[in-house]
Design a binder for this molecule. Structure first.
Ligand SMILES: [Zn+2]
Length: 67
């Protein structure tokens, strides 16, 4: 029996063997099904919140200059 440790996960969508990234996410090479690594969602939410705060701050500064 040959054990390939490159492929230890199968695409949830089409069943093609996929190589997982270091944090658990993968992109299927056959159907491009994407599974994001753990924590990717939280990180994206955090980035979006930071960005919103930055935009709000910029708007505030712009308003200060106008008056
Ligand atoms: Zn797939």
């Amino acid at each position: 029996m040959v054990v390939t440790d490159t492929y230890f996960r199968y695409c949830a969508s089409c069943g093609t063997p996929v190589s997982e990234g270091p944090e658990g996410g993968y992109v299927c090479g056959a159907c491009f099904h994407v599974v994001e690594p753990l924590g990717a969602d939280a990180a994206r939410r955090r980035r979006r919140a930071e960005r919103a705060a930055m935009v709000a701050e910029a708007a505030r500064l712009r308003a200060l200059r106008q008056f």
